[in-house]
Design a protein. Structure first.
Length: 130
């Protein structure tokens, strides 16, 4: 078996390639950096990257699977599911922003109503705050 074949077999079997870097305990390196992930890279970002990767892979399969129709259809269906999922998530975000905006405006109207505006305005505020 050739070197490339062995590398591919090792890659797909999950074996890790030996590293040329020596493992040195952190206390001997003199640096105080930690191996924990950056706090700015949160779970939502990881999920977005994973979803982007899956979507890209499915699009590649869909475009290159002319030789096997059922695979192309399945990949296309999954791509459409991902598109719909993202649209629903975007709509939920927009809905949450709209709900917060409406609540803020309702609070402003309620505060103005309590200030004791003229009787003409009082009627309008009563109708709007209901």
């Amino acid at each position: 078996m050739g070197r490339k074949s062995q590398q591919m077999k090792a890659f797909f079997s999950g074996k890790k390639k030996k590293s040329n870097v020596q493992n040195v305990p952190a206390s001997q390196t003199g640096s105080q950096t930690s191996a924990s992930p950056s706090p700015s890279f949160n779970r939502g970002q990881v999920e977005d990257v994973a979803m982007d990767t899956i979507e890209m892979a499915l699009k590649l399969v869909r475009e290159s699977a002319d030789w096997f129709g059922p695979l192309k259809a399945a990949a296309g269906g999954l791509c459409e599911c991902i598109r719909i999922y993202r649209q629903v998530a975007d709509n939920k975000d927009n809905f949450d922003k709209l709900a917060a905006d409406i609540a803020e405006r309702a609070n402003i109207l309620e505060q103005e109503r309590k200030k004791g505006m003229s009787s003409d305005m009082q009627i309008h505020f009563d109708q709007l705050s209901k």
